[in-house]
Design a protein around this ligand. Structure first.
Ligand code: KDG
Ligand code: MG
Length: 410
């Protein structure tokens, strides 16, 4: 019988921090899993190396479901981003191993291809409307068929999720692309934002027409009532989705938003369990599940979550910014291709530095992503290159009200 012989946590920082679990079997097969939790990376690295790796040694690598339950139920302490990212990494690594042993890409083990590719959306943004429009044009030139649009808000400074560098050809990475010992502090004003966003959509629809799928992320900054107001004011622009319109750990609050607007809603990038979605799904309060395979327990848990969502005609929109490693992105793509209720996949290209460590086989063509047909997840990790990039502290920015400095949701 094959057994897990070694498991190792690899921390690297090629442009930004990533935590990867490498699992090796007695037959010499290696599997990779993404355990990156942006800004709290070392907590998961420690959870894995101190509390999970010792439990894996000697286990049958093919028992994916049993291992998932062993780590989830066996720990006594359930859920939470650190625990679920650690379980996700083990889960992905075991699917990677199973695929390699079978000689099949993981999507074949999940039921095979349901589509030729996964519609991807990119991140267009700019300090103002003209620079946003340039960014949208660049995305369309690169082949994107759907874009998320974010801009600066007049009267506020740097805003989360908006590129500061606009020069032609310069790429924008998600925060915290710039390393610092302390989080940056940004100023926020909801009234200014609510006035500005409809103006942005009006200008973009004017320039790019009615058909381009447009998305927008409110980053949890609104109350349910403000979210309903925004949803209503954007209805005429026919969004693909409005994301994280309000803080959703109080799932009941979404009833207010849902009953007041027809703008499609996407929620869940900070969620890590099916229970975070239970009310949202069973009452059809959202249209898209935004969870990340990396943060919500891996392929095993996300497949079940999406099967539950399918009963309510809710689709996937898996989280895929650059703080999801190429391993996590590949895991999402295998699910995207296999499940029936796929919606859209977020796709920000990783930097050349990141891709010098993670060698990927997924492709992006004509706006569609495909995980490729290599056995397993299709990502290799170059340890020699990874070791050249030591971990560097980096944090997500903190958001304060411009008016009086109160810490605000985001
Ligand atoms: O780590 C946090 C980021 O991944 C997140 O804020 C990005 O909101 C985001 C998105 O929609 O990609
Ligand atoms: Mg988001």
């Amino acid at each position: 019988m094959s057994a897990i012989e070694r498991a190792e946590v690899l921390v690297t920082s090629p442009g930004r921090n990533f935590v990867t679990l490498k699992v090796e079997t007695s037959d010499g097969v290696t599997g990779l899993g993404d355990a990156t939790l942006n800004g709290r990376e070392l907590a998961v690295a420690s959870y894995l190396s101190n509390h999970v790796v010792p439990l894996l040694i000697g286990r049958d690598p093919h028992k994916i479901e049993d291992t998932w339950q062993y780590l989830y139920r066996g720990a006594y302490w359930r859920r939470g981003p650190v625990t679920m990212a650690a379980i996700a990494a083990v889960d992905m690594a075991l699917w990677d191993i199973k695929g390699k042993v079978a000689g099949l890409p993981v999507f074949q083990l999940l039921g095979g291809e349901s589509r030729i590719g996964a519609l991807a959306y990119g991140h267009a943004s700019g300090a103002d409307i003209p620079s946003l429009c340039n960014s949208i044009r660049r995305h369309l030139d690169e082949g994107y068929k759907a874009v998320r649009i974010q801009t600066g808000v007049p009267g506020l400074g740097q805003i989360y999720g908006v590129a500061t560098e606009q020069a032609e050809g310069q790429r924008y990475d998600y925060e915290p692309a710039k390393r610092a010992a302390l989080p940056l502090e940004e100023a926020w004003d909801t009234r200014r934002y609510l006035v500005h966003v409809p103006e942005v959509f009006a200008a973009v629809r004017d320039e790019f027409g009615p058909e381009l799928p447009l998305l927008h992320d409110a980053h949890h900054r609104l109350t349910p009532n403000e979210a309903a107001i925004l949803g209503r004011s954007l209805e005429r622009f026919d969004l693909f989705w409005l994301e994280d319109c309000t803080v959703a750990e109080n799932q009941d609050a979404l009833r207010r938003v849902r009953s007041q607007t027809l703008t499609p809603l996407a929620i869940g990038e900070v969620f890590n369990s099916v229970f975070d979605f239970k009310t949202l799904i069973s009452e059809q309060l959202i249209d898209y599940v935004r969870a990340a395979v990396t943060h919500a327990g891996g392929i095993t848990a996300m497949k079940k979550l999406m099967d539950f969502a399918a009963l309510y005609q809710i689709k996937s929109g898996f989280h895929g910014p650059t703080d999801i490693s190429p391993v996590g992105q590949a895991a999402a793509l295998h699910l995207d291709i296999a499940i029936h209720n796929f919606g859209i996949q977020e796709y920000m290209k990783h930097s050349a530095e990141t891709l010098s460590v993670f060698h990927t086989s997924y492709t992006f063509r004509d706006g569609l992503l495909h995980p490729g047909t290599s056995p397993g997840l299709g990502v290799d990790y170059d340890e020699r290159t990874g070791d050249k990039y030591p971990y560097t502290a980096a944090y997500l920015p903190v958001n304060r009200l411009q008016r009086d400095g109160t810490i605000h949701d985001w």
